[in-house]
Ligand binder design. Structure first.
Ligand code: NAD
Length: 499
């Protein structure tokens, strides 16, 4: 059995706590590795290395720091297939999807190569008589991030690339369910020239997270994961005086207006609802057709598309549409919620409950499901299912559809499908959700914009990546300077005489 490690001060280090988590192969249901779960002591050792290494890294000029990131981009491209394979093996997503996971992280590394420009401060000449004023953005020191299982390459890069570009040291506590790619990323960063101790990976669970939250040297904490944990980390981190940003769960609605191109909307829902087995925080999990006629036309288009989805292991390459979910517990939770949907009176139009894959009977595969006639009070509508289950809630008017998206506790992403620019514009302006798609199903902003939800999908006031990340990972210092006047005549070379 493979025993994974931590990556501390430039070396793979075995866990010493004696505690491990099983890393599964979701396609076969077998345990494929053991992930060490760090103790408080192990976390403190990493923090000590980070603290020792950080001042020199912060004093390295931003252009040189950016060059390390440039090299990292080259190495990520060189190892793309290797990274995607390791990612799929532990996560279960298809190989093309895994490569996309790496790619969307890599794009944030590319953005951070702009650090010399992004870190330039502000200057006011002659703010007063002989007084200049300038602001600079300085690194925080030792920073940390806690990441979820569903994007084991992308989200760590969204955090560590801006953190290190700004001159911080960063400690990553990745998901214990798929820790191999984060370890590979730390190795690649060092190969790219990052000094030891600037990017470390400490694997673990709540004990490691609490060691971060209560450590006085760690200045900031970034978190992405489920909302209850996000709330805990935000509250505890803030109470301990840290800068914290936490991104939580989602229930993303797609509004389908009567004038929408129904084929386009159905295709979009298939990709956004079932891609990655629905294990995306930007998955569309609720379809809201406006009017019964729209709903009937949509369902008619959706059913054959859903029934022909190909579900299988990542080893089938591009021949499968989605793979297994991550654990047996995730599968059981999806099945439980599907049952509540049936019990509470939603109509199960596509029933994936009997899905079996020959040769992979012990894998965590879940067949695709489609519910119609769901209502606001049902668990399948209120809760994040995080599986291949699309729920259709019919609205009679645009206002009713808008209100559904607005009243839901989550506010990560949403989309509208329409040919009417006025409806699309009204929707984008009024809806209280952070990321909006207009005839675009998964509106994940690109690296140079920022990513973040509203309501119970995000806690903290700055988004991930883009310009916000350079604000999150730096502190502003403002200097007001006056120099004594009168020395500009220069030195005197003749013997002073009394006048
Ligand atoms: P999770 O909350 O179970 O775990 C996330 C991280 O928190 C992991 O590193 C885990 O080890 C740690 N953790 C788990 N339990 C903890 C506890 N009790 N105390 C402290 N730390 C703990 O989430 P997950 O299952 O890995 O990821 C799926 C969730 O993440 C979904 O809810 C999804 O919507 C969300 N997500 C959100 C975004 C976003 O940007 N909003 C992006 C991706 C995923």
């Amino acid at each position: 059995m493979q025993e994974l490690t931590h990556y501390i001060n430039g070396a793979h280090v075995k866990g010493t706590s004696g505690r491990f988590a099983d890393v599964m192969n979701p396609a076969t249901g077998e345990v494929q590795a053991k992930c060490p779960l760090a103790s408080k002591d192990e976390m403190e050792q990493a923090v000590a290395h980070a603290q020792a290494a950080q001042p020199k890294w912060a004093a390295t000029n931003p252009q040189r720091r950016a060059r390390v990131l440039m090299k990292l981009v080259t190495l990520l491209n060189r190892d793309m297939d290797k990274l995607a394979e390791a990612l799929s093996r532990e996560h279960g997503k298809t190989l093309p999807d895994a490569a996309g996971d790496v790619q969307r992280g890599l794009e944030v590394v590319e953005y951070c190569i702009g650090a010399p420009q992004l870190l330039k401060g502000e200057f006011t000449d002659s703010a007063g008589p002989g007084i200049d004023m300038y602001s600079m953005r300085q690194a925080l020191g030792v920073t940390a991030g806690i990441t979820p299982f569903n994007f084991p390459a992308m989200i760590p890069m969204w955090m560590f690339a801006p953190a290190i570009a700004c001159g911080n040291a960063f400690i990553l506590k990745p998901s214990e369910r798929d820790p191999s790619v984060p370890l590979m990323l730390a190795e690649l960063a060092e190969e790219a020239g990052l000094p030891k101790g600037i990017l470390q990976v400490v694997n673990g669970d709540k004990e490691a997270v609490d060691a971060i939250l209560h450590n006085e040297i760690i200045q900031s904490v970034g978190f992405v994961g489920s909302t209850p944990i996000a709330e805990y980390i935000y509250a505890t981190g803030c109470a301990n005086g840290k800068r914290v940003q936490c991104f939580g769960g989602a229930k993303n609605h797609m509004i389908i207006m009567p004038d929408a191109d129904m084929d386009q909307a159905a295709d979009a829902l298939i990709g956004a609802g079932y891609g990655a087995a629905g294990e995306r925080c930007m998955a569309i999990s609720v379809a809201v057709p406006v009017g019964d006629d729209t709903a009937d036309r949509l369902i008619e288009k959706l059913v054959p598309r859903i029934e022909s989805l190909k579900v299988g292991p990542y080893t089938s390459g591009a021949d499968v549409d989605y793979g297994p979910v991550v654990t047996a517990a995730a599968k059981a939770n999806i099945e439980r919620l599907v049952q509540t949907g049936i019990d509470q009176g939603a109509k199960l139009v596509v029933d994936g409950r009997d899905f079996k894959l020959q040769g992979y009977e012990d894998g965590f595969f879940v067949g695709p499901h489609l519910f119609d006639h769901a209502t606001k009070d049902m668990d399948i509508y209120q809760q994040e299912i995080f599986g291949p289950v699309l729920t259709c809630v019919r609205a009679q008017t645009y206002e009713e559809a808008l209100a559904l998206a607005m009243d839901h506790e989550y506010g990560n992403g949403t989309a509208i499908y329409t040919r009417d620019g006025d409806a699309a514009r009204d929707f984008a302006n009024r809806v209280n959700v952070g990321m909006i798609g207009i005839n675009v199903p998964i509106p994940v902003p690109l690296a140079y914009h920022t990513f973040g939800g509203w309501k119970k999908s995000a806690f903290g006031d700055l988004n991930q990546h883009g310009p916000d990340s350079f604000k999150f990972y730096t502190r502003t210092k403002t200097v007001t300077a006056r120099w004594p006047s009168g020395i500009k005549e220069g030195g005197e070379f003749s013997i002073p005489v009394m006048e």
